[in-house]
Design a protein around this ligand. Structure first.
Ligand code: 13P
Ligand code: SF4
Length: 300
């Protein structure tokens, strides 16, 4: 059945001149059908440079919006329009405007996990792969950082600038507890701990490396170590195992699943290509203003 679906998807993909982009947290079979799998930064870059007419974005809503902002002339499909990001939903445009007016004159760094509306009111975007570099690139010594307080705390630990964080967080990464990691370390004393910066500082302080999802893939590939405790959404384990068959990976948490990332299935990918729906639509002025913040990030 799945082979049948895969061959229908690839035929229709050719007919529609489509490219399939998938985030590293997607279901294994969705990652395997994708043309490009990557972290948020890699997928933004891929969306900006593709020649395809149609982008099928296997990820969550803000990622598909980012692709639309960068390629407004293309059709961008999100195979399940209910696939949102709870962290991105923790700040609205109005809440950002209030935050800005409480701290007048300071530049706003928006994590890419935000709506296009929020990006449109921000100075520059960042992802987990480049957040420190983005903050360092700004002239101001004080920076507003939205919405992730954990990524903000991690960046603050790596820069002399003052970071004023918003109060958002990723519910999935916050479910990975320091106690889980300590238990995994006791059980596997040789293993290195690799953590995503959306984790709490308690977890980050136990890590040997702090990386974006694709940064984790590069770290593992380049490491002499054989065992790793992986502190992020468990979907990353698929690529880690596939690309490093001789290495062993431990998932410290029983609950590190992002339900939204798992909403995209092969069936929904096929249906989206059949119906050319659900397609992302954004107002022109939001596209123009959000694009400036995203392009400044990509240019760094
Ligand atoms: P990255 O793949 O950019 O590390 O993003 C993690 C994430 O939580 C995306 O929703
Ligand atoms: Fe949002 Fe966290 Fe899910 Fe990423 S893992 S989409 S940040 S809720």
């Amino acid at each position: 059945m799945s082979d049948d679906l895969v061959s229908k998807i690839s035929k229709l993909k050719e007919q529609r001149h489509a490219v399939i982009l998938a985030h590293n947290y997607q279901l294994p079979e969705v990652q395997d059908v994708a043309d490009i799998t990557g972290d948020s930064l890699e997928l933004s870059r891929a969306a900006a440079r593709t020649d395809a007419k149609v982008i099928v974005f296997c990820g969550v809503h803000f990622m598909a919006e980012t692709a639309k902002v960068l390629s407004p002339e293309k059709t961008v499909l999100l195979p399940d329009e209910q696939a949102g990001c709870p962290m991105a939903d923790m700040i609205t445009r109005e809440q950002l405007l209030q935050f800005k007016s409480a701290h007048p004159g300071l530049p706003v760094v928006a994590y890419v996990n935000t709506s296009a509306d929020v990006k449109a009111e921000s100075d520059i975007c960042c992802t987990s792969a480049n957040a420190v570099r983005v903050v360092e690139s700004l002239e101001s010594d004080k920076v507003l950082f939205v919405p992730d307080k954990s990524l903000a705390a991690y960046v603050a630990s790596k820069t002399d600038k003052t970071i004023i964080p918003y109060c958002g967080y990723c519910p999935t990464h916050h479910r990975i507890l320091a106690a889980d990691v300590l238990r995994a370390k006791r059980e596997h004393p040789e293993a290195l701990v690799v953590a995503h910066p959306e984790c709490t500082m308690d977890v980050i302080s136990l890590a040997d490396a702090v990386e974006s999802t694709s940064g984790m893939l590069r770290f593992v590939a380049g490491s002499q170590a054989k065992e790793f405790i992986i502190c992020t959404e468990r979907g990353l384990l698929h690529r880690l195992k596939k690309e490093n068959p001789s290495k062993v990976f431990y998932n410290p948490s029983p609950v590190n699943v992002c339900p939204n990332m798992k909403k995209i299935t092969l069936e929904k990918v096929l249906w989206s290509l059949e119906d050319m729906q659900p397609a992302i639509e954004l107002p022109e002025d939001v596209i123009v203003r959000a694009r400036s913040a995203i392009e400044k990030m990509i240019a760094l």
